[in-house]
Design a protein around this ligand. Structure first.
Ligand SMILES: *[C@@H]1O[C@H](CO)[C@@H](O)[C@H](O)[C@H]1NC(C)=O
Length: 526
């Protein structure tokens, strides 16, 4: 289900108390009095990909065997939808491979990106046969177009996952797609992959647990750091099993940010067609306690909020705790300068299988691995010119030793024992008489959205989250699995659209699919 809500009015500020919310709204109240509109496409499910297109005033939705285009002003009004099923042969092959014909051997559209002025890139699982296509969306908002260009289908391997249960995270920059995804049928070959465009494809070293260890990719952002495009980097946010944890601790989840240079072309003799600038660091989000620190080590989602300093956006991240000891979720905020500093710090190093991970104390070759070849630093104009010792070092030291700490050193907001887990986050900067505030919308696994305001505490950058509202946007308590914020609709008023996932594949999915399409009410919420 997709829900859209227009939220009006500024927040009321007062004494900080993290929970319970000031106001709580049920699904019925939101629908009847506060402008919540919901929408379902008949006979389909799994609204994995959302793309808000402010210029055209449309919300594009990728679903099972379909792409839909909805009006951002009224998501239930005259929706356009396009069928994009997988061919029968692919469905049969998928079924022969042992997959379920009715729930897995379909085309689940996982990825939607604005491609150029007239087209969108869409990729789907294609019944375990990933495929991408260009969708014509037209030029003019008054005449919404939605057409599939079947003359130019692209291989979707390394772009969309094979398995509908998996997610893909990606960003499209300059006609090139950077994605984090499982690139094989078995779902074991995880890769950070560059494709499309003119340059050769690049990927991470396959099956090397030091590079990636069963990652779940969540978000990818392009974040330039100067006027010189040669310094541009792409950042990947994911969680994975910690290689640095001692085997005695078992599999431990750890949250990461990974970086690569946009101008990476791979190595010349080794790391050919692989990243030579890939580095990753741990994102820490924890609270000190008398019994030791409580770690929120399960990254769920990240939102990039632009700030006045264009090279330094803020990163709002939601985490849950993976330990069985306590049930909790937290929001931690990171600054890009702290992220960049971690990549300039010590490398993590392991001498051999029986050794511990330590901070590398030896000589780091020049140019320092992780730096982009750029005129800013002279001598090297391409990663293919990097000396062999640089390439070897990069291959063996993808992990940084120091963790990235959140702004203020602790979570901005947390909920423990609240009966739900945070799954998604979106943020909006709202102007107020005395400056501006960041308003956060946090989706949960029980179909609610929390509206939290970041209240400055003793001066920036430290702030504290104040829970204002809890909004039950899904009647059936389905998890919020995607969220888009449209701040342009009634700026600076945000509206948000998000979707629920079926709780049990096969049952919830079919029940949901057969329910009538548009429902809703209109109005604003104060
Ligand atoms: C956008 O890309 C598509 C697919 O490559 C192409 O057919 C179309 O002509 C392009 N449109 C513009 C306006 O460049």
């Amino acid at each position: 289900m997709i829900a859209a809500l227009v939220l009006l009015g500024t927040a009321v500020l007062g004494a900080a108390s993290p929970s319970p919310p000031r106001l709580r709204f049920s699904f019925r109240e939101l629908q009847a009095q506060h402008g919540l509109r919901t929408f379902r496409l008949p006979r389909t499910c799994c609204y994995e990909a959302l793309l808000a297109d402010e210029e055209r005033g449309r919300l594009f939705v990728g679903a099972e065997n379909h792409v839909a285009s909805l009006s951002l002003d009224h998501i239930g009004k005259r929706p356009r939808k396009l069928a994009w099923p997988a061919p029968v042969e692919w469905r049969e092959e998928c079924n022969w491979a042992g997959k379920d014909i009715g729930t897995e051997c379909m085309n689940f559209v996982k990825l939607l990106h604005a491609y150029n002025r007239s087209h969108m890139l869409a990729c789907g699982t294609g019944a375990f046969h990933p495929t991408c296509a260009f969708l014509e969306v037209g030029h003019r908002p008054e005449e919404p177009v939605l057409r599939l260009d079947l003359r130019r289908l692209e291989d979707g391997k390394g772009k969309s996952p094979y398995d509908p249960q998996h997610r893909a995270a990606s960003v499209l920059v300059g006609g090139e797609l950077y994605s984090g995804v499982a690139a094989d049928l078995m779902g074991r070959d995880f890769t950070i992959f560059r494709s499309l465009g003119q340059r050769p494809s690049l990927r991470t070293e396959p099956h090397d647990s030091r590079w990636l260890n069963e990652p779940k990719f969540l978000k990818v952002f392009w974040i330039p750091e100067s006027e010189n495009p040669d310094d541009d980097k792409i950042y990947f946010f994911f969680r994975e099993s910690a290689v640095e944890a001692s085997p005695a601790l078992g599999r431990r989840s750890v949250s990461r940010v990974g970086q690569i240079c946009r101008n990476d072309l791979g190595g010349q003799r080794s790391l050919v067609n692989k990243w030579t600038t890939f580095l990753k660091a741990r994102l820490a989000c924890s609270v000190p306690g008398s019994e030791g620190d409580a770690h929120f080590d399960h990254l769920q989602d990240v939102f990039l909020l632009p700030s006045r300093d264009r090279w330094n956006p803020l990163l709002y991240a939601v985490f849950s705790a993976s330990s069985g000891v306590f049930q909790g979720s937290a929001v931690c905020v990171y600054s890009m300068s702290d992220v960049r500093r971690a990549f300039l710090g010590p490398f993590a190093h392991k001498e051999g299988p029986t050794h511990q991970w330590v901070s590398y104390q030896g000589r780091v070759p020049y140019p320092r691995p992780g730096m982009c070849p750029s005129k800013t630093f002279g001598t090297f104009s391409s990663t293919k010119d990097f000396p062999d010792d640089v390439i070897q070092f990069a291959r063996n030291h993808p992990l940084m030793y120091s963790s990235i700490l959140p702004v203020g050193g602790r979570p901005l907001f947390l909920q423990v024992g609240a009966g739900y887990t945070f799954t998604q986050i979106a943020a909006d900067r709202v102007a107020a008489a005395d400056g501006h505030y960041d308003v956060l919308f946090i989706g949960t696994d029980t179909g609610s959205v929390l509206k939290v305001i970041a209240v400055p505490k003793g001066g920036r950058p430290s702030a504290e989250g104040l829970l204002l509202e809890e909004l039950q946007v899904f009647e059936d308590s389905a998890a919020v699995t995607s969220m888009q914020i449209s701040s342009k609709r009634a700026a600076p008023v945000p509206s948000a659209a998000w979707r629920g996932t079926p709780t049990a594949p096969g049952t919830g999915r079919r029940a949901r699919a057969s329910s009538p399409a548009p429902r809703g009410a209109s109005g604003g919420k104060t």
